[in-house]
Structure formats: C-alpha cells, structure tokens
Design a protein around this ligand. Structure first.
Ligand SMILES: *[C@@H]1O[C@H](CO)[C@@H](O)[C@H](O)[C@H]1NC(C)=O
Ligand SMILES: *[C@@H]1O[C@H](CO)[C@@H](O)[C@H](O)[C@H]1NC(C)=O
Length: 423
C-alpha cells in the first residue's frame, strides 16, 4: 500500500517539471510531401514534414540561455543528476537551414554535411518524418513496399547517407515518460539496434550519470544508459558502397538499457547486411556501374510476408533499383530469406516504425565496415572482408570534415503502399 501511494505522489511531482521546451527559436518543421499508394486507388500526396533529432539541439537553462551542455560536457550546476537536469534544461527550436544545413523542396530533403552557422559548426544530422506537429509518422511495413529516390553523388568515402526505420514511440516517449515535455515535436525518443549511449535524454531523464566525453569527438560522449529498439536499415550508403540490414531486438519498442551485458543480449547489433560488393559483385554499385551513383536512382524495398497479408510473418525483404527507366536487381538472391535475419522484426513492424533520414561520419570505425576492407585484423581475401573500394586509411572524421565539408545527400519522391504500386 505505502509503496504504491509513494509511487503515485512521485509521479505527480515529477510530472510538473521535466525535459523542457525552449522558445528562443521557434520550432518550425520543414515540410516534405510523400505519397501513399494502393492497388485500387493509386498514389495520393501526403503533406508531411521533418523534425530534427533532440541530440543536435541547443540545450539551455529553462529560464535563460545558459548552456546545459557545451561541447561534450554537461553543466554540473544545471545538471547535477538526471531528473534535475531534465527539469532545468530546455531543448530549443532549430534553424534548420542556417544552423543544421537541412533543406526541403516539395518532395525532396537535402542534408548537408558541415554547416558553419552563426554560433556553431554542425556536423551531419538526423531527422524523422512527421505525421503532425507532435507525432511521428508510423509505418506498418508488412506486405508493403517503400520506395525513394536518392542522390549519393556528393557522398565520398567515410560518409553514410542513411534511410531507415526505428521502433520509436510515435510521441517521442512523452506519454510513457511525463518528464519529457518536448516529445516528437522536438525530436525526442530516438533508439536503434546499437543501443546508443550518446543520447542526452532517455526516458525523460538526462543521461548524465557516468557521462564520459568522447576522446575523438568534441561534440559527443556516452552516458550510463543506452536506448535500444529494432531497426530496419533500408539504406546505408555513399557513392562507393551501399548496404541494407535488418537488426532485430528482443525488446519490444524503445527500451533503456545500461551496461554492455544487457546491450549485447537485447539487439542483433551486427544484423545481417546485404552489400552487393561484399557479396561478390564488384560491378553492380558505384560510379558508372549497373547502379550508377553519379546520378539519382530509385530504391525499392518490398517487405514480403508468408501469406501476402499485413498480419503474416515477414518472410523476405526484396530490393530493386530503377534508374533511367531500367530495373536492376542484384542476382536473384537479394533477400534475407532463410538467413534468420528476420526473426523478431515482425513484432516491431506490427507496432509501427518511424522513418529516419540521416547523414553521418563514423568516429568509431571510419565507415570502413561499409565502404572498405573490414575488419583490418583479417586478410582482404577472407570472404566478407572486402566491402568497397575505399582505402582502409579513408573515412577518418577529421579528414572527411576538413576535405569534404560540402558533401550532401538528397532523399526524394518517397512512396509507400501496396506491393507493386510505388515505382
Ligand atoms: C553484377 O550485377 C550486374 C547487374 O545486375 C550483372 O550484369 C553482372 O553479371 C553481375 N556480376 C557478377 C559477377 O555477378
Ligand atoms: C503471394 O504472392 C506471390 C506473388 O505476388 C505468389 O507467387 C505467392 O504464391 C503468394 N503466396 C500466397 C501464400 O498466397
């Protein structure tokens, strides 16, 4: 009895304060149209928008403009512990173009790599497709097809223009964690299969415990907690290499985890990736090749179920490319059928997944797992080690940021619906 009363009181107390909204810059989501398609009705245009992830935002005192987080460290006065920090600190609105290099035009979204804004230098970004001002668009992927155009011509070795689905909550976690006052409108609630520990707020609390600033990244660090969920990597690519990878987790929906033990057990971190170069076809994807990355092309992904219904178990993920009216598939083994990679994806898929689009460089592995020989400890002749033609010495973030700051990726013409209706 006592325990439950205490719990209720605690909930009420914490509900009156929390991870706040800042108003120094008005949050205005860039609009992005996309299409919903059905066999019977064809495609209809949807008026969507995108929101910048919370981690990129200016985090300052709720009552003023003192930084709660600077570089890769927390202000110890405003943020002495997770709950106080969430109550004291506000996520502000974003100047999408000026600060973050994010622009939209009709059905196209462009993410620029390095942006020198008035107050900061921004590296990469991560945005989510919105259904409304306060809710992410949820995608039910089973027995459906997802298609988009991508321009990777301006993405060199070491960069990753990624489009994927994550098992996040539609409201960014606000309902489950009332101390999160910002929600999806401010891009909260991110999770993925790597259970990232660099997320500043998880479950309505600041990730300040045991926060360790990164040794090689002046903007990031890792806290005690990670945030895990199922992830379907539809697209991770640059102009040299591309991969798609389902990563299942045993937890359903966004879940906070701590320590590497749980982390290892909850998600399939490596996934089961599909990269045509890695699988032996070195002439399929790249500049001037079958899928020519020097210009825009269309990527089609089909989520096939055992019984061709939206409730059947996911049995296969098919990939097709269309460029200049020509279709290209990589061999006829382009699926995850019988590889076990789909186990566990079904549950997350039935709850709905959030569409994530990002551009990033890799402070951990220099993106060599995508576009070069990896791991360096193995001979390049070992099957699976050669993944692309980038040099094993490429992809160092400091070099890529200095040498290719103007890199960018454009995603456009997103269509989603019944199999065979989107391309
Ligand atoms: C690679 O893919 C292209 C395009 O589908 C095909 O024409 C070529 O024969 C493939 N090469 C190998 C070695 O499988
Ligand atoms: C599902 O559809 C495919 C082709 O669209 C067909 O070949 C297959 O037999 C169908 N499977 C079932 C169980 O109806």
């Amino acid at each position: 009895m006592h325990t439950s009363v205490a719990f209720v009181l605690f909930s009420l107390l914490t509900a009156v304060c929390g991870q706040q909204i800042g108003t120094l810059t008005t949050e205005s989501h860039p609009s992005l149209t996309w299409s919903k398609c059905t066999t019977s009705g064809g495609c209809t245009v949807q008026e969507g928008s995108v929101v910048l992830d919370a981690n990129w935002r200016w985090l300052h005192s709720k009552t003023g403009s003192t930084n709660c987080y600077t570089g890769n460290t927390w202000d110890t006065t405003l943020c002495p512990d997770p709950a106080t920090c969430a109550a004291n600190c506000a996520l502000d609105g974003a100047d999408y173009t000026g600060t973050y290099g994010i622009t939209t035009a009709g059905d196209a979204l462009t993410l620029k790599f390095v942006t020198h804004g008035p107050y900061s230098t921004n590296i990469g970004s991560r945005v989510y497709l919105m259904a409304s001002t306060t809710k992410y668009q949820m995608f039910m992927l089973r027995n459906q097809e997802f298609t988009f155009d991508v321009d990777v011509s301006n993405l060199p070795c070491g960069l990753n223009g990624a489009l994927y689905f994550a098992g996040m909550d539609a409201d960014g976690g606000m309902a489950k964690y009332p101390t999160n006052k910002a929600g999806a409108q401010y891009g909260t609630g991110y999770c993925d299969s790597q259970c990232p520990h660099d997320i500043k707020f998880i479950n309505g609390e600041a990730n300040v415990l045991n926060w360790t600033p990164s040794s090689n990244n002046g903007n990031s660090g890792t806290g005690q907690y990670g945030t895990c969920c199922t992830e379907m990597d539809v697209w991770e690519a640059n102009s040299v290499s591309a991969a798609y990878t389902p990563h299942a987790c045993t937890v359903h929906g966004q879940t906070r985890c701590s320590g590497s033990g749980l982390y290892g057990g909850v998600c399939d971190k490596d996934g089961c990736d599909f990269n045509s170069y890695r699988m032996g076809n070195t002439t399929f994807y790249g500049r001037g090749l079958a899928v020519d990355t020097s210009s825009k092309f269309t990527v089609v992904t089909q989520f096939i179920t055992v019984d061709n219904t939206s409730t059947g178990a996911l049995s296969e993920i098919r990939r097709l490319y269309v460029q200049n009216g020509k279709k290209a598939a990589f061999g006829d083994t382009n699926s995850f059928e019988s590889k076990g990679g789909l186990t566990g994806m079904g549950t997350a898929f039935s709850k709905g997944m959030v569409l994530v689009m990002s551009l990033w460089d890799d402070y951990a592995e220099n993106m060599l797992w995508l576009d070069s020989d990896y791991p360096a400890t193995k001979s390049v002749t070992t099957p699976g080690v050669a993944r692309g033609t980038c040099s094993p010495s490429s992809g160092l973030p400091a070099s890529v940021e200095a040498n290719s700051p103007g890199s960018s990726v454009t995603y456009s013409n997103i269509k989603f619906g019944d199999i065979g209706t989107t391309f």
